[in-house]
Write a protein that binds this ligand. Structure first.
Ligand code: AKG
Ligand code: FE2
Length: 396
């Protein structure tokens, strides 16, 4: 994420600790309880003209996306074209899969896989080290050409020799995980059908994103042939009572369904059920609710796209509250990024003489690694810690 400044508007203030592409950062935020988002903060964008033959229709969607991406970095899409039945089947399968005994789910535990595809047990992750562990379970997988509709014409499983070598070295799929899910009939089929629809929608949307960035509609096409396209089935069980805070950091610890973070790739398409709990940190440092709206998918900009746009588009911090309802909550995000082998820097339309590129081109396949290992950048760490000290002093 970028180095945005925040204005605190609400009664109290506090400091939020976050991982970023530069290492740990501190942000001063409002301590007011989350409030409903306004239609300007998280707009609903109608995609019914997404497949129209008229470029002007695409441009009019692009204009709305541009405004949302530059503002909160979050928006809803409606009339996105994914059939309700595909979504419902996937959701039902998540519910059935998660209802199985732990030892059955652990047959596809991520910790037994080389590349961490598969199942994460309850509280098996902690997205933000200054908050509680994540009160959720998860089943996730990474991009596989075998699941991609673009390669349906090839014999399956697709021979490694059919995939360019410089892409193959970054593929982190483990297609055998599906064998471990066969205890749950229909899960594999429903999950893959959902994945394929979301992947196609993401590809389609990158064309509109290109227009929104004043580029030709096909500008990103060659970057989406083997995309980073990882899917997560998040399952937030109902939680009651006081639940394991991070003891060593009691003052800042906050119980979460999923800790405060930004998404790493270009953008995320997130279907959520009607339970609610997703919170977004707006530009003013206030938590606002991305309240579920039937028939929509939430879209948010990720760190890499923010970088490509020279920080014009916002990769926004979000988190999920602990599920205090009596029903489990399910969300099913697709994290979408460009081909692993490509070097990408700041887009030509996002830099100028007065606003030179802030970032060097880098290889997408190395991005996650760089992003996740930045917390060891010592100079940056010292600077941020001094900043935090000044913030704390200013509050006293
Ligand atoms: O469950 C949600 O609503 C958000 C999930 C999310 O932010 C993520 O998986 O990165
Ligand atoms: Fe996220």
């Amino acid at each position: 994420m970028g180095t945005q400044t925040t204005t605190v508007t609400a009664p109290g203030r506090k400091i939020l600790t976050l991982d970023s592409s530069h290492g740990t950062v501190y942000r001063e935020i409002s301590s007011a309880p989350p409030r409903a988002a306004t239609a300007e903060e998280i707009p609903i964008i109608d995609l019914s003209k997404l497949n129209s033959k008229n470029l002007e229709d695409h441009k009019s969607i692009a204009l709305k996306i541009k405004a949302a991406a530059e503002n909160t970095g979050f928006f809803y899409i409606e009339n996105h074209g994914i059939e309700e039945e595909i979504i419902e089947n996937a959701k039902e399968s998540v519910m059935k899969f998660m209802a199985q005994p732990l030892e059955v789910k652990q047959k596809v535990a991520r910790k037994n896989q080389k590349y961490w595809n598969g199942y994460f047990e309850p509280a098996g992750s902690q997205a933000n080290k200054s908050e509680s562990r994540d009160h959720k379970e998860n089943f996730g997988w990474q991009y596989s050409p075998n699941l991609d509709p673009l390669y349906d014409h090839l014999p399956h499983p697709i021979a490694s020799s059919s995939i360019p070598a410089n892409i193959l070295e970054y593929i982190r799929a483990e297609d055998e995980i599906w064998d471990g899910t066969l205890s749950c009939p229909g899960f594999k089929e429903n999950a893959i059908t959902y994945y394929r629809s979301m992947l196609s929608l993401a590809r389609r949307l990158t064309k509109i994103f290109a227009l929104a960035l004043d580029l030709d509609e096909s500008y990103f096409d060659h970057l989406t042939t083997y995309p980073g396209a990882d899917l997560a089935f998040n399952y937030y069980p109902p939680v009651s009572g006081d639940i394991g805070k991070v003891k060593e950091n009691e003052a800042m610890a906050h119980d979460v369904g999923l800790g405060s973070h930004t998404d790493l790739q270009c953008f995320t398409l997130l279907w959520q059920d009607m339970i609610g709990g997703l919170l977004v940190l707006n530009r003013g440092g206030e938590w606002i609710k991305a309240t579920p709206i039937k028939g929509t998918i939430v879209v948010n900009i990720g760190d890499f796209l923010m970088r490509m746009t020279n920080d014009k588009w916002q990769s926004t911090v979000h988190r999920v509250e602990v599920n205090k309802t009596s029903e489990p909550r399910v969300s099913m995000p697709l994290f979408f990024g460009f081909n692993f082998n490509e070097f990408i820097g700041v887009l030509p339309t996002c830099a100028s003489e007065s606003e030179p590129p802030k970032y060097e081109p880098l290889r997408i396949g190395d991005w996650n690694y760089i992003r996740l290992n930045q917390s060891h950048n010592k100079i940056f760490k010292q600077r941020e810690e001094a900043k935090k000290k000044a913030m704390v002093e200013a509050m006293m």
